[in-house]
Design a protein around this ligand. Structure first.
Ligand code: ARG
Length: 455
């Protein structure tokens, strides 16, 4: 028998039951549903809307239900429509009339909104913690590689020399922004919808401020229609998670490249690699490929939520029940990715020698050659042209800029002296890039210090 069966003369068709039910996925909010109900019951008691004896019974009953769900004495009955109905029906079964009074001055519309917020508040905190752990591991690796020279790329072409530590710190910058975004989202999620009731508040003398404090929210929603129909917090979270996944996918793509024989800049630990069922030589970076792939799924979750809410008239509509699977999937996915990627990075081996070798090729010090001339008074455009011609000579003669004989340099410009070799030395090239935010060892150290302060 449905809790709302009063005005119906027929049972719900079986096919409708399973179509309508959200229990299979909203059951994971049982703790938050109980927490919200406890706060609501205490408030009803304090405002004299129900008796203190009823409040006692409700609180004890809910505690018992929580314990029984946790130790698996109570299992979710798939006939229930959702977690709210399941718990209320179970409570009434246990404590009788007091259980039936719990839903006074409340609707499932404001109940589900508060449950989802409470659930996501816990999840956001967990995601923030995992991102912090990832940042710490990246900083540790950056510290170990603040003097590891590698080629920096644009268009995936070797461009200018940088430190591997500098490259890693770029991801730290991204992740610090992710953390900041999530922290702000967390604060905006802490707005209490409970008390909006079905859509139009209530005639009972409720105290929403009390419930807000009891549940640790920052504010009470200002409008009851908005209270029950707002899912901005879930969309915002899905969007913050999407951006963070985009960052993880870029890192993953680089790891895939770096693991290839063509680069061989890093070697993943065996525990974080996989083999092939046919090719015995293979060691594949599956984890990072999965992160890349799962990023698409999370974008899909965001699109699901945006589309679900598009053009939806006020206030609550059952469409909104579809919010849960999407946002749960986004949250579960990023947590899974972070939990795997953190130890993968922690255990990877950086092949410094290969990075250095790659940096020696590709004329990544050609800008420094031009700068050398510029610093001696040659206008930059002319210096650029001369350096380009020397690179052309190197390509024809299969030489690096360091191997060009002095007489050849002199043919291109009388200004070249022996000190040019010092100026185009890769170590010099990177470490002279001391500009704020640059790749020099000094700058990487400063970035690490700043990032640690932010943590
Ligand atoms: N299971 C529903 C959901 O997730 C709860 C709210 C139902 N409200 C209603 N009036 N049918 O959205």
């Amino acid at each position: 028998m449905k809790l709302w069966a009063g005005r119906f003369t027929k049972d719900t068709d079986e096919r409708v039951n399973s179509f309508n039910s959200s229990l299979s996925f909203d059951c994971r909010m049982y703790k938050h549903d109980i927490k919200g109900s406890m706060a609501h019951a205490k408030m009803l008691g304090k405002c004299g809307i129900i008796s203190n004896e009823d409040v006692e019974l409700i609180l004890k009953g809910l505690e018992g239900i929580l314990a029984d769900i946790e130790n698996q004495k109570l299992t979710f009955d798939n006939d229930a429509e959702d977690i709210h109905m399941f718990i209320e029906a179970e409570l009434t079964k246990r404590i009788g009339d007091a259980g039936k009074r719990l839903h006074t001055a409340r609707s499932r519309n404001d109940q589900v909104a508060v449950d989802l917020r409470l659930y996501l508040i816990d999840e956001i905190k967990e995601i923030i913690e995992l991102i912090t752990e990832l940042i710490e591991v990246l900083i540790k690796k950056a510290e170990e590689n603040k003097e590891t020279i590698m080629p920096g790329y644009t268009h995936l072409q070797r461009a200018q020399p940088i430190m591997f530590g500098h490259h890693l710190m770029a991801y730290v910058s991204m992740l610090l922004r992710d953390k900041e975004r999530l922290s702000q989202c967390l604060e905006r999620t802490k707005v209490l919808p409970l008390g909006s009731c079905a859509l139009a508040g209530t005639t009972y003398p409720i105290d929403r401020q009390m419930v807000k404090d009891e549940l640790g929210f920052n504010n009470v929603c200002a409008n009851s229609l908005d209270g029950v129909s707002d899912r901005d917090f879930a969309i915002e979270l899905a969007s913050d998670i999407s951006i963070a996944m985009m960052h993880l996918s870029r890192f993953s793509e680089e790891v895939v490249l770096w693991c290839s024989w063509e680069f061989k800049f890093i070697e993943l630990d065996d525990g974080f690699s996989t083999g092939s069922s046919i090719m015995p030589q293979k060691k594949n970076p599956d984890i990072t490929e999965l992160v890349r792939g799962k990023t698409g799924r999370v974008y899909g979750d965001l699109m699901t939520l945006l589309t679900m809410m598009k053009s939806l008239s006020l206030a609550y509509n059952k469409d909104m029940q579809e919010d849960k699977e999407a946002i749960f999937d986004a949250v579960d996915t990023i947590k899974e990715c972070l939990i795997t990627v953190i130890p993968m990075i922690d255990t990877m081996t950086v092949l410094k020698g290969n990075m250095r070798k790659a940096a020696a090729k590709g004329f990544i010090n050609a800008t420094d050659l031009a700068d050398y001339l510029t610093k001696k008074g040659v206008p930059f455009r002319d210096a650029y042209k001369i350096s380009g011609s020397i690179v052309g000579w190197c390509v024809l003669n299969d030489k690096t800029l360091e191997e060009v004989p002095m007489e050849v340099y002199k043919e291109y410009s009388e200004i070249f002296e022996e000190d040019v070799f010092d100026a185009i030395n890769l170590e010099t090239c990177v470490n002279m890039r001391k500009s704020e935010g640059g790749p020099s060892k000094e700058s990487v150290e400063k970035q690490i210090k700043l990032a640690k302060e932010k943590l």
